[in-house]
Design a protein around this ligand. Structure first.
Ligand SMILES: [Zn+2]
Length: 172
């Protein structure tokens, strides 16, 4: 028996779609698959993942480390031109991998007026990139309560230096 799926609200982003969060997830997985098969779309991959994760933090930002990675990643992307994004993301990755001992803040319950619905239908790479940038700004605005935290974390990432090995015989 084939019952039609009525639209349900995605519990992460609020998108009304058949099967709710599961339907939303399927679209995300399709866009990720396209990123890996077409570099013209793939250049927006990091932003797509950061935005989607912040709109679905129970699934993709459950740990402090993953949450911080996506929050600082989106912050960096929104505040920097495309040319300097990769450099920032690398510094952030090193900081996160170094286990900075941070606590996970609560995500806001409203995560932006735009959802993956805003970008899914864009089949032209340039139009898709513009739509992702709009979605990024909308999501970042919804995360306003955590802007200061994101800036603090980015500052820590840039201050972070590899710790020197403790010398033998050290008393501390
Ligand atoms: Zn969703």
């Amino acid at each position: 028996m084939n019952e039609p799926h009525l639209p349900e609200r995605c519990s992460g982003c609020g998108f009304e779609i058949a099967r709710g969060a599961a339907g939303c997830q399927t679209i995300f997985e399709e866009l990720v698959a396209r990123d890996f098969s077409d570099v013209r779309f793939g250049r927006m991959h990091r932003m797509l993942v950061d935005i989607y994760s912040l709109q679905h933090p129970d699934r993709y930002g459950a740990s402090a480390k993953s949450f911080a990675a996506h929050l600082t990643g989106l912050c960096w992307s929104v505040e920097h031109q495309a040319a300097s994004r990769a450099r920032g993301n690398e510094a952030l990755r090193i900081w996160i991998d170094g286990d900075p001992g941070i606590a996970r803040p609560d995500a806001p319950s409203f995560r932006g007026a735009l959802t993956i619905a805003h970008v899914r239908a864009q089949s032209d790479p340039a139009a898709y990139a513009r739509a992702v940038e709009e979605w990024a700004r909308s999501t970042w605005e919804a995360y306003a309560p955590l802007h200061e935290r994101a800036h603090q974390w980015i500052e820590q990432a840039y201050r972070g230096q590899p710790r020197p090995a403790r010398p033998k015989g050290s008393t501390f």
